[in-house]
Write a protein that binds this ligand. Structure first.
Ligand code: ADP
Length: 398
């Protein structure tokens, strides 16, 4: 008989993060949670592109080519196919980022048919994301019918907010129907809450603002590692200025566009969700890098407004916290743009926050000056790890 070299199977946890135009995945060792492989497909809906895989098991995707024009379903199935065909990966369980858990789901939940029905009922609250999240769950169930699966919610982290932080000043009957501030980016904030004690020690228990500044952007005010206030609201359109989203604006402006300008709601939605933010103000790009490299006054104005909005909303977070002990930057812009961090730092100088120019330029973990009253940190975002942690707790491997 021929002897084949077979490596011992890696018991692994699969994490899927299906966005509106992307599907990210990560494989973690079921024991110890070392990352084995990560990657993702972007540009779904326009030009889908596999961004490659990293990690010790990047070999799973060696030479893999994503068929052009892959939609969400095809892209997810392509990813799962490459994991499934590896005979040395023994999937232990899967976890999913699900944007909306509604008013009641404040913890990860094990997926079954009943839970799927509940999550489907929440689609109207996040129509651009939730259907993709649920499709990813079904795709995994098709590929591995008996695999246990866990749903982890972007909204769940904020369910600890005091009632007043969740209320809008609208008729209470609407509030009772779930029209409240949910907040998003919760998995990113969970990750920061998980790692901050190891970085900032006791301060992590204090009054902390975390600024998640990526394509989407929001702030979270944390105390004892729990959310007490956040800038996103009933939807992910509220709060900070973003790449393409306007953030908080006068609701009267929306009414004016509909009632006086005769615009259809879908067109207003297109303007506020896809043609505003950095893109709308600059008229050039939604990508902060492009704007930073531009000489156009409108590019500078868009970046100035972005920083100004972070500063203004930070003031609101500080009021909700009753002070400030530490500030954390995370996600694309927060991790990589020293210039935007410096602008925000200047705007918040009144709090005692002061950046060290060299540390900031080098993107060090602590970028505040030694004589600053408020330490400032840069911590890479990781929405997949908290999901893997939750899966490991729910489905222990031993
Ligand atoms: P998402 O919110 O989709 O996960 P990211 O966290 O990757 O996105 O953030 C994307 C944003 O980060 C984009 O606006 C991009 O311009 C910005 N970004 C990435 N690298 C840099 C950089 N070196 N300087 C400034 N902005 C950057």
């Amino acid at each position: 008989m021929m002897r084949t070299e077979k490596r011992p199977a890696d018991a692994a946890i699969l994490v899927l993060n299906a966005g509106s135009s992307s599907v990210k995945f990560a494989l973690f060792a079921a024991e110890g949670l070392q990352p084995l492989c990560r990657g993702g497909i972007e540009g779904i809906g326009s030009r889908a592109r596999f961004g490659g895989a990293t990690g010790a098991r990047a070999d799973l995707f060696e030479g893999a080519e994503l068929p052009e024009a892959s939609g969400h379903e095809a892209a997810t199935q392509w990813l799962l196919h490459h994991i499934r065909r590896a005979n040395d990966i023994d999937l232990h369980a899967a976890g999913h980022r699900v944007v909306h858990g509604g008013p009641d789901l404040s913890k990860p939940v094990v997926i079954d048919d009943g839970v799927m029905t509940v999550l489907e009922d929440l689609i109207p609250l996040a129509p651009a994301h939730q259907p993709h999240n649920l499709a990813a769950i079904r795709a995994v169930a098709d590929a591995w019918p008996t695999l246990p699966q866990l749903a982890c919610f972007d909204t769940a982290f904020h369910r600890t907010m005091p009632r007043l932080a969740q209320l809008f000043a609208i008729p209470h009957a609407l509030t009772d129907q779930g029209l409240v501030r949910y907040g998003f980016h919760g998995l990113s904030y969970q990750h920061i809450a998980d790692v901050l004690p190891g970085i900032a020690g006791e301060l992590a228990k204090g009054r902390v603002i975390v600024a998640h500044l990526g394509h989407g952007a929001s702030l979270c005010a944390m105390r004892e590692g729990r959310s007490v206030a956040t800038t996103m609201g009933f939807t992910a359109l509220d709060g900070l200025m973003m790449g393409m989203r306007c953030g908080a604006i006068d609701a009267g402006l929306v009414l004016y566009l509909i009632e006086q300008r005769g615009m259809a709601p879908a067109d207003v939605s297109e303007i506020l969700n896809r043609r505003s933010g950095l893109l709308g103000v600059s008229g050039i790009s939604n990508d902060a890098r492009t704007l930073l490299a531009s000489e156009e006054p409108r590019a500078a104005e868009a970046l100035d407004l972005f920083a100004y909005r972070v500063v203004r909303e930070s003031g609101s977070m500080i009021a909700a916290l009753g002070g400030l002990d530490a500030f954390v930057f995370t996600a694309g812009i927060g991790e990589r743009s020293a210039q935007i961090r410096a602008a925000i730092g200047e705007g918040l100088a009144w709090t005692g926050l002061k950046l060290d120019e060299d540390r900031n330029a080098a993107h060090e973990t602590r970028i505040s000056a030694d004589d600053a009253q408020i330490p400032v940190y840069v911590i890479p975002a990781d929405e997949e790890r908290p999901i893997a942690r939750a899966v490991a707790v729910q489905f222990p491997s031993a």
